[in-house]
Design a protein around this ligand. Sequence first.
Ligand code: SF4
Length: 321
Amino acid sequence: MFDDKELILEAKHITRRFPASGGRKLTACNDVSLKFYKGKTLGLIGESGCGKSTFMRFLVSLDSPDEGQILFKGKDLTKLKGEELRQMRQHIQMVFQDPGSSFNPKMKVRDIICEPLLNFGRIKKSEKDAVARKYLEMVDLSGDFADRFPHNMSGGQRQRVAIARAIALEPEMIVMDEATCALDVSVQKTIIELVCRLQKEKHIAIGFIAHDLGLIQSFAHQVAVMYLGNIVEIIPGENVQKAQHPYTQALLSAIFDTRMDFHKKIESIDSEIPSPLDVPVGCPFQTRCEHCMEICRKESPLLKTIGENHEIACHLFKEEH
Ligand code: SF4
């Protein structure tokens, strides 16, 4: 399912620590390694503050890690500077949670969509109207939206414009940061359908950040679960129901579904997530894990393969050979 010939971006051993008061360090990402493939979606899931957005910002060069490499078609993005970095940015675009705040409110939709194309000299000013209409229609909006301002549109329409702007540069990868969480559930569904259609047509790799495992498992080809800056499980999207890590299982149990068995106990994680300034030695999930053993308080579990495209960081499991 994941062919290395289709590998487009590989993050290797990404670590980022932020200085905090009292000389302490906040570890936002700890040795994170993930692979992104052409035409496939990797869903990155975890609670607020787990480091998923920090990680994805590295992929679009909005920030740099302290350690590690981000290899995009063989080039390490963390080493690029100046014009080389600017040119590379065309290939990896980002869609934010709230396009309303990332758009210039004084710009019409036509200018919002065409701005990056003009910046990279891809079109002439005289072509703006036709180009904006083409991309608006691609995201199922009427070409007449080109004359609107962002505040004259609904949240779902603004998100479609954000997607139109992102695909206008014909990128090879798009990072979507909680791109649907501010929308009504019915609108969320139509935006996900749109993203899936565009991905099929254009063979784009997508990195999709979310905190809703139920949503992610409906369309992601692989799902990576993050906890306190660590990847604790990577599993094919179609197998998410078979996830084994105690944290992923707790997330699964908490998914609300009208077809769920209401007699079955909902497993909850009783305690609060520890502060990222105070991550315990050993397994980061130990303070909330009902299976915690002595080794979990001493040794940090490394990711090991326990099935096809299935990796887990937990001392309960042995590597499959
Ligand atoms: Fe629980 Fe130990 Fe596995 Fe961590 S390593 S999830 S504490 S069993």
